[in-house]
Design a protein around this ligand. Structure first.
Ligand SMILES: Cc1cc2nc3c(=O)[nH]c(=O)nc-3n(C[C@H](O)[C@H](O)[C@H](O)COP(=O)(O)OP(=O)(O)OC[C@H]3O[C@@H](n4cnc5c(N)ncnc54)[C@H](O)[C@@H]3O)c2cc1C
Length: 318
């Protein structure tokens, strides 16, 4: 039996698509991936998602989204899609746990993953002082000094969160100005626990079992220095999780999927929603909006499929 629609990914895009598809009576199946909730579940402070005037944590927000979609009949599988075939219809999907699915339509909501620094020590010390998630690991750094690498919203937001635990948070940024929203910049500058290290990049993360220092280089002067810290949190951007679709779908050189204004990929019945294609806005509410759009387009696609058959839709898309 073919599923009407399989949604790949459980970030705001996937969860919203599941809600809309469920309310359209499509009985959607969502394959959540290894990180339920996606990137927003990595933060403790979501202050800009409408409807929560006092803010909400990322894990709470995504759990509520899941409950809302389940209430209308969405089904969830905790698994990771490892192979897809969009060359024949119905489409087929395989997962790491060995499941095989057939689907009449697919919404790709695989989002993005944090970029690594790519310096010596990073891989070996990940989980031993190197982290990409302050919400998950901040507590371990109570009474210690930590560094945050980056100058955007995430770096400042998570740096501010870390001041709850750490004695000092050094924000290491490769430039001398920040990209973050003014309100976050203001809060960070007013926080006595935050120290900015400008024009600097990390060359090495040092430690013996756990992190104890960063080797920094000033990109203006070339001067090298050591920053003793017990933890380093990396927020230098993301790359889209789209390797799985290489050779079957069009994407730009950074890997963001190509879609039209209705989120159709070049294969009729395959849609993309959220940061798998959106390289501009990168906000939870935007991804949620794309999830809604993709589910509405799926509904229309399935109605057309029933009346016209897949070959006619394929010909129509050429
Ligand atoms: C630290 C941090 C703080 C942030 N704070 C805010 C904030 O305050 N406000 C805001 O609006 N935005 C914030 N953002 C941005 C926001 O999290 C993202 O814009 C949003 O999560 C993108 O949603 P998405 O659904 O497109 O993708 P993602 O959230 O990236 O979700 C992708 C999902 O796909 C799954 N997946 C990937 N590959 C597969 C596969 N092969 N099979 C199955 N599943 C797969 C993943 O496990 C994940 O569940 C923050 C981001 C970070 C990192």
């Amino acid at each position: 039996m073919s599923e009407n629609v399989i949604i790949i990914g459980s970030g705001p895009a996937g969860l919203t698509a599941a809600l809309y598809a469920a309310r359209a009576n499509l009985n959607p199946l969502l394959v959540s991936g290894n990180e339920f909730g996606g990137q927003i579940a990595l933060t403790n402070e979501v202050e800009n998602y409408p409807g929560f005037p006092d803010g909400i944590t990322g894990p709470e927000l995504t759990e509520l989204m899941k409950q809302q979609a389940e209430k209308f009949g969405a089904r969830f599988e905790t698994d990771h899609v490892s192979k897809v075939n969009f060359q024949a219809h119905p489409f087929t999907l395989e997962t790491e746990n060995g499941a095989h699915y057939e689907a009449k339509s697919v919404i790709i909501a695989t989002g993005a993953s944090p970029r690594r620094l790519g310096v010596p020590g990073e891989m070996e010390l990940t989980g031993r002082g190197v982290s990409y998630c302050a919400t998950c690991d901040g507590f371990f750094f109570r009474g210690k000094e930590v560094a945050v690498i980056g100058g955007g919203d995430s770096a400042l937001q998570e740096g501010l969160f870390l001041t709850r635990f750490a004695t000092q948070v050094h924000i290491v940024h490769r430039r001398d100005e920040l990209r973050a929203q003014p309100i976050l910049q203001e809060r960070a500058r007013e926080n006595s626990k935050i120290n900015f290290v400008w024009n600097s990049v990390v060359e090495d993360i040092r430690g013996n079992g756990t992190v104890n220092a960063l080797d920094l280089k000033n990109v203006r002067t070339g001067n090298k220095s050591e920053l003793p810290v017990s933890g380093v949190f990396v927020y230098i951007g993301h790359y889209p999780n789209t390797d799985l679709f290489k050779g079957q779908l069009d994407m730009n050189e950074e890997g963001y999927l190509s879609v039209d204004e209705r989120l159709h990929t070049k294969i009729p019945g395959v849609f993309a929603a959220g940061e798998a294609h959106d390289h501009i806005f990168k906000q939870a509410i935007v991804s949620a909006g794309f999830g809604c759009m993709a589910a509405m387009e799926v509904e229309k696609f399935l109605a057309d499929l029933e009346h016209q058959g897949y070959a006619a839709l394929q010909n129509g898309s050429r």
